[in-house]
Each structure stands twice: as structure tokens, then as C-alpha cells.
Design a protein around this ligand. Sequence first.
Ligand SMILES: Cc1cc2nc3c(=O)[nH]c(=O)nc-3n(C[C@H](O)[C@H](O)[C@H](O)COP(=O)(O)OP(=O)(O)OC[C@H]3O[C@@H](n4cnc5c(N)ncnc54)[C@H](O)[C@@H]3O)c2cc1C
Length: 477
Amino acid sequence: MKTFDLVVIGGGPAGIAAAATASKHGLQVAIIDERPTLGGQIYKRVGPGFKVKSAKEVGKDYFLGEELINELENSSVELFLETLVGTIENSAVVIVRNGESAERLNYKKLLISPGAYDRPVAFPGWTLPGVITAGAAQSLVKTQRVNPGSRIFFAGSGPLALAFPAQLSGYGANIVGIIEAAPRPGIFKALRILLAVIGNLDLMRDAAKYQFHLISNRIPMTYRRIIVSANGKDRVESVTHAKVDKNWRVIPGTEKTVEVDALCVGYGFFPSVELFRLLDCELEYEESRGGAVVKLDNWGATSVANVFGAGDGTGISGSYVAIARGRLAALKIAAELGKISDKALSTLAAGYQRTFSQRTKFQRAINNAYEIKSGIYELADNGTVICRCESVKLESILPVLESTIDPSVVKAYTRCGMGLCQGRNCQRQISALIAQKHGIPISQITQATPRFPTKPIKLGQIADATVTSEKYFIDAE
Ligand SMILES: Cc1cc2nc3c(=O)[nH]c(=O)nc-3n(C[C@H](O)[C@H](O)[C@H](O)COP(=O)(O)OP(=O)(O)OC[C@H]3O[C@@H](n4cnc5c(N)ncnc54)[C@H](O)[C@@H]3O)c2cc1C
């Protein structure tokens, strides 16, 4: 068991920036990521056997990521890749490396930056093969050069609803249509975004570039429509979409059906707050940043001593905020461990604080313009699977909702959220159903009790190797 000054969970922009900064100031640092390469979501590396020949091919983010990864690899940070953190206890993270038994890494300070995951939405046909999240489609094409289909339809909301199809089309995908649930930004929303533009011109330029790509490639994009169903026998063959009102409720009679062989659904992201919840870090509710978000002070400290957070895993704020937050937390940790003075801390932090504030303003304006509305959670019918890990349909959940407002009770009665994904796919849908049924704001619905391990690990990897079945038998007697 080794003790590090700082253990960082998550090798995305937030974690890399934090680990590299802390190491630069003399801390002994470990960084852990379950993937084989660093970079997280936005800076994801291409898969083995692929080569990047030009920036044009993969976009500028790839090279921004390379710079950050180089900074880390040239430092003394100890890398733990293909290593999963299943839980955290007594100032130690419990890690499981590929195929090996669980080990503990002790920390003086811990920074959790596990990023986010695609927001799932249940509608009839959402589990058919060929229906995937927009993030998964991006990952497929980015790392493996695999297009999800030959007639691809995009449904979603938010700035990435524009970016994902443009990126995919850049790789030669045939996008037959895009629908955005929100209305085209009106004058007030546009003004709010423009007011936050200082320090964010690059992001406005990116958005304009994506829009231009869609227009010049004649890819139709329609506002105020959501996906109603994916249709097909063994896989998606067509999709039906419809016009929505201001709460994104379907306006009957406006349905249209399009033939497709792939549907990418991207209604934004949820922060991965599971590890924070296991540690009992205080959360708060902010719908525009993904619902339950982690309460942090200006330096990224959580409510639990020695535990910091950064990046989208604490609330959706984008990669620039993730990097600034990661560096600020690392500097504060360096100061708390006596590696830099308080004076040096304020001098070194000033630039990152400015970036943090400018980028946050912009991200908030964007997030508010595309806030998810409740109609999106009213699409399932009785036969729609809500929990895909445990195959639980809406019809089995509705009777339980009559007598409870607690997602843990729904979980216990129906097994909804008990499977491999531990509720990442169905938890929000359950909360929305409870909110709807009992007329309570979704922000007031508690989440099901978090359980270890947060992601699947083999029992053999956490078993005590000294305990054989024979010995166990004797002890039991
Ligand atoms: C699918 C997807 C696609 C996106 N595409 C874009 C895009 O095209 N453009 C854009 O501007 N933004 C995009 N974003 C948003 C952008 O990626 C994030 O803002 C940014 O990556 C946040 O950085 P982060 O360090 O907080 O998290 P991430 O980059 O997500 O990194 C988190 C890392 O933590 C690791 N991790 C999580 N849990 C564990 C655990 N228990 N044990 C070990 N490791 C763990 C993950 O493997 C991951 O590498 C996307 C986000 C997602 C989810």
C-alpha cells in the first residue's frame, strides 16, 4: 500500500490538468483511469492501429488534448491506466487493475474528476439495435472510424446536438436529418450568449463552423421537435418525431416518420456523481448543469475534508472549465500541503480564476438556453423498458409509484437500477415519473442509495485470496 500526496480519479481534461499542476509543484501524484489511454471524452485518443495524419482530419481538440497529455507524461505522475476505482474508504481508493486483485492507494488529498455520461431518455423503441446515444456514436467514429449506420438521424438538444452530427458528417457519415427540441434561440437568449462572449470567441467560432458545415452539406435541422418512437422489428428501421410545446410535450397530429438505420440521441449529459455520493459529499440541484451536482468552494473543495472535485463529474461545464478547475484545485492542495505559499497561490491562480469565470459565464448562458424540459420523460408507454439492465417495463413500475416517492423503494420492489449500470440509465426516468405522479418538483426527489462498487468488478478481484472455500466452510461451522 503506497501513500500519495494526491490521488486523482479520472484522466480527462480536469484530472490531467490537476495531476500535472500538482506534480509541477512537488507533490507525489497518482492518476487513475479505467481506459487504456488518457484524454477522457473530449480528448479521446484514436484506437490501436489508427494514425492521425492531420489536424483537419480530427479537429483541433485532438491536438489540445495531446499538449495536455504530453504535459502529464513529462511529469513524475504515476499512471494507473485500465484501472477502475470501485470505492473509496479510510483515505484510500480501492482500485482494480485489469484482471488483478483489488489494491488500495492511500492519499493525503483526493481529487475526483470522473466526467459525465450521455443523458438517457426512454421512449418506445429506445432499446432497439441501431439506437445509440450521440456520445457513443462520436466515440465509435473518433476511435474506430466506424459509422453507426448508412442513414443516420440525430435527435437531441444543446450545442453538441449541432457539433456531433457535423463531426460525424465530417467523417463521411450520411446524416438524413437533425431535430433540436429547444426553439431556435430568440433575441434574449442570443443576447445572453453574446454578453458572455468575452474570452469565448473560439467557442462561438466552433459553433459557426458546425452550423456552416450542416448548411453547406444540406443537412436539414428542425427546431422544437423530439423523437417519439424508434420503429422496427429486429433493429431500427424508421423513427417518428413530433413538434413539442414549451415544456417539450408532444403536440398530437404533428408526427412525421423517416426511414433510417441508425438513430443517435443526444439530450446532453449527467455528471457521474456516484463516487462523491459514496463519500457523502454534499450535493445541490442545478438542472442546467445536469441535475444533482457537487457543492464545491472556489478552489474545488467538497464538503468532505481533503476531497476535491473538478470537471463535468461535478456538474456539466465543459472542458475549459474542467481544466481551470483542475489546476485551481491542484494549486490549493499544493498550498495546503505546504509546497507553495499563500502568496504564490494567489499569484499562480489568478489566470485560471479568470478563465474559470469567463468560461463559466458562457457555459451557463448556453446551458440555460438549452435546459431540458419535462416532456422528454413522458414518452414511454406501458410496454417500454425503463431499466434495460434488469428489463423492467413501465407497467411494472407504475403500481409501485402509487405508494412511494422514494427511488430506493422503487428499486427494491422492481430491481430498477440494480443492474450493471447501477441506475445511470434509468434513475432520472424514475425520478421524473415520481415527480409527475405526485406533483413534486424533480429537484426534491432523492436519489437511490449509492452502492459499492460503482461500476462492475469481478467478485474474485475483491475477494480475500487467503480465504479458500474449504476454509470458509470450516469457519462457518
Ligand atoms: C460522450 C461525450 C462526448 C463529448 N463530446 C464533446 C465534444 O465533441 N466537444 C466538446 O466540447 N465537449 C464534448 N463533451 C464534453 C467534454 O468531453 C467534457 O466537458 C470534458 O471532457 C470534461 O472533462 P472531465 O475531465 O471532467 O471528464 P472526462 O473527459 O469525461 O474524463 C473523465 C475520465 O474519468 C474516467 N473515470 C470515470 N469514472 C472512473 C472510475 N470509477 N475509475 C476510473 N476511471 C474513471 C473516465 O474513463 C474518463 O476518462 C463530451 C462529453 C461526453 C460524455
